[in-house]
Design a protein around this ligand. Structure first.
Ligand code: GLY
Length: 378
């Protein structure tokens, strides 16, 4: 395969017409201020942004990613106010959104104020939700600091919070005005979180890009060693692939955007059944889910075992689980009955037809699914 791009900086355009924006991927660059100024140049009726609510969590409040963001905004005449929230999924709630509305009201934010989300998926989703709903929508800048947020949740405009009884059920589509990805923020990311992000990276190879999957097989050592060029390469390629899907099916209307859910039908069930108490994080559940969904594709004759074996090999080298303790097929199947892709009570899956190509289907029978789940739970 051709040598992957190796520049120190790259840009991906998410070309959504009047809502188009740039994802800038850098390593340790000081250019955030200029990027913010440019992205927020014409926020409302052609007038530039003057103030911003920077939202982050307590783990990041003293991190250069947050402090540098505040200084960089001041340097380009955008007056920042900082909101620091508790880390963790419980923060993705209506009370936290309400706290952000209080902050926005206190700073007399109008539509020339922006929200800047500095953090992982929880902060991006929550701050994005506040940006989508305050004053019927104010501009949003995403500064994702985890691999998972950099390759997935910061791009594409899905924002939201959890209801106490249902994850991500309250939300909106609200595209950011720009996404600033500094891969240097990953230097201090715990290994487990890096691996969880890599599950989503592997997913992009299986669903959309066989050459990228091959590149991951070749460069997994460099990636795990956090080689800056290798990390920039995976982040930029995943953002390109996601941008392409989002520009063709922004609001998940045609089924195309659903391809991003490969591994997630089983993965969400694993999280619901066995994930409590931190036994399996999202990326780990998705890794096991991708293996199970490949086996379902084998059962219905879409692929041979070769693809599943390659996937298991790559996930194992990364250190991601390909089996799940503490669950059984029947319980997982019941949890899948609540998946949002289901139609008329039938569970639908995104399954591979070959490496780099998947389809949404309701074809697998209950027996196919149970047979594929058995080796997962063994
Ligand atoms: N994370 C899936 C999506 O953005 O559609």
């Amino acid at each position: 395969m051709p040598e992957p791009p190796d520049g120190t900086e790259s840009s991906v355009l998410v070309d959504l017409g009047p809502r188009r924006y740039t994802v800038r991927v850098v390593t340790g660059s000081r250019g955030f201020g200029a990027f913010a100024r440019e992205s927020l140049a014409a926020t409302w009726a052609g007038r530039a942004c003057r103030s911003a609510l920077v939202v982050t969590d307590a783990n990041l409040a003293d991190h250069p990613a947050a402090a540098g963001t505040l200084d960089a905004l001041r340097n380009v005449q955008i007056e920042p106010r900082l909101a620091v929230l508790d880390p963790g999924e419980a923060t993705k709630s209506l009370p936290s959104a309400s706290r952000l509305y209080d902050e926005l009201v206190a700073m007399r934010a109008d539509r020339h104020a922006a929200v800047v989300a500095v953090g992982g998926g929880v902060i991006g989703d929550l701050a994005g939700f506040a940006a989508a709903t305050y004053a019927r929508g104010v501009p949003l800048l995403m500064v994702p600091t985890t691999l998972l947020a950099q390759v997935d949740s910061s791009v594409g405009g899905k924002v939201g919070i959890n209801h106490p009884r249902a994850k991500n059920i309250i939300g909106a589509f609200h595209q950011p005005s720009g996404v600033w990805v500094d891969t240097a923020t990953l230097d201090t990311l715990p290994d487990r979180e890096l691996r969880c992000g890599l599950a989503e990276v592997v997913k992009y190879g299986v669903i959309l890009d066989a050459a990228f999957f091959e590149g991951l097989e070749e460069r997994v050592g460099e990636i795990l060693a956090r080689d800056p060029a290798a990390i920039r390469w995976i982040v930029a390629r995943c953002c390109e692939l996601k941008a392409d899907v989002v520009t063709r099916d922004e609001r998940e209307e045609t089924g195309l955007r659903a391809v991003l859910n490969f591994g997630h039908t089983v993965g969400h069930a694993v999280e619901a059944v066995a994930g409590y108490g931190g036994a399996y994080q999202h990326g780990e559940a998705v890794a096991a889910g991708m293996v199970a969904e490949c086996r379902i594709a084998e059962r219905i004759g879409w692929i041979g075992p070769g693809l599943t074996d390659r996937l298991i090999g790559l996930l194992a080298r990364i250190g991601l689980p390909t089996r799940i303790n503490g669950c059984d097929p029947a319980t997982l199947l019941e949890a899948m009955g609540r998946d949002k892709k289901n139609e008329a009570g039938a569970v639908r899956f995104v399954l591979p037809r070959e490496l780099g190509r998947v389809e949404l289907t309701g074809l697998p029978s209950r027996d196919d699914v149970v047979a594929a789940l058995e080796p997962l739970c063994r």
